[in-house]
Design a binder for this molecule. Structure first.
Ligand SMILES: NC(=O)c1ccc[n+]([C@@H]2O[C@H](COP(=O)([O-])OP(=O)(O)OC[C@H]3O[C@@H](n4cnc5c(N)ncnc54)[C@H](O)[C@@H]3O)[C@@H](O)[C@H]2O)c1
Length: 255
């Protein structure tokens, strides 16, 4: 088991990639504080860990700084440590610069970037105390290449990549490694826009699958991102820090 007895926090854990990360972490022996603003997280934790108590639900909004601080304190008290933080929760919307609003920009940055900064600020001192820690933040290929209409989201996801580099430099002397993952098209509720599953449209099938805009010719599954998170959270990741691992079936290698 690669994460035996590790104390981990995972945000945005009620569905999609976050839920898959909690499941893989528990399978690898970790105790996970599974955070989401949706109550569904309670059922998800029951499904994943049964009676083992390895996935514990915490229901709050990560933009609520006090609630987040209470959670981190409670987890640290319970386990006597915090080993791993996975910054996964995010929101998105579609709209170009003519349509979107400054409120949408702010909300996106509060959830997708500021809350990541805040989570790291809360967790890093506990990791530093034991001279061991892993921070894994979920960015996006939208930070690298985009079709537009995602300005606030892409900027926040690009911010994660830059923030991760700075964190890696600052935290290396404390035994803490910080890396990011940039998923491409992953089959989750986030890929359903206005009731339409983007990975099932004719356009997607024609361009991304048939013409192999995604060389592996399919969307990714949440567990395929979660396995990379397990690696980055484990001892196997010992000489990688400040990096962003792209998990996109080759999407960003094509043009
Ligand atoms: N699905 C994709 O194709 C894809 C591609 C690239 C990157 N990503 C990134 O992967 C991560 C997970 O994506 P997903 O597709 O599983 O998303 P999702 O929308 O399916 O799940 C996100 C979860 O985060 C929670 N959440 C959102 N805001 C929150 C807040 N303020 N406080 C607490 N919880 C909150 C939601 O309730 C939800 O359960 C995100 O960072 C996303 O940007 C996803």
């Amino acid at each position: 088991m690669r994460l035996n007895d590790r104390a981990a926090l995972v945000t945005g854990a009620a569905q999609g990639i976050g839920a898959a990360i909690v499941a893989e972490f528990v399978r690898e022996g970790a105790c996970v504080a599974a955070i989401d603003r949706k109550n569904d997280i309670e059922q998800i934790c029951r499904n994943i860990s049964g009676n083992s108590g390895k996935a514990i639900p915490y229901v709050f909004d990560i933009t609520d700084h006090e609630a987040y601080a209470r959670c981190v304190e409670e987890v640290a008290k319970q386990h006597g440590k915090i080993d791993v933080l996975v910054n996964n929760a995010a929101i998105s919307f579609y709209g170009d610069i003519f349509e979107d609003s400054v409120e949408q920009w702010r909300e996106t940055h509060q959830v997708n970037l500021e809350a990541i900064y805040w989570g790291c600020k809360l967790a890093a001192p506990y990791m530093a105390k034991r001279h061991w820690g892993r921070i894994v933040s979920i960015s996006s290929t939208q930070a690298i290449a985009t079709e537009g209409r995602v300005g606030a989201y892409a900027a926040a996801k690009g911010g994660i990549i830059s923030f991760t580099k700075s964190l890696a430099v600052e935290l290396a002397p404390h035994g803490i490694l910080a890396n990011a993952i940039a998923p491409g098209c992953i089959h989750t509720p986030m890929s359903i826009i206005d009731g339409v599953d983007e990975t099932q449209t004719e356009l997607f099938k024609e361009w991304y699958v048939k013409r192999r805009k995604i060389p592996l010719a399919r969307p990714g599954e949440p567990w395929e991102v979660a396995r990379v998170a397990v690696f980055l959270a484990s001892e196997d990741c010992s000489y990688i820090t400040g990096q962003t691992i792209v998990v996109d079936g080759g999407l960003t290698s094509t043009f």
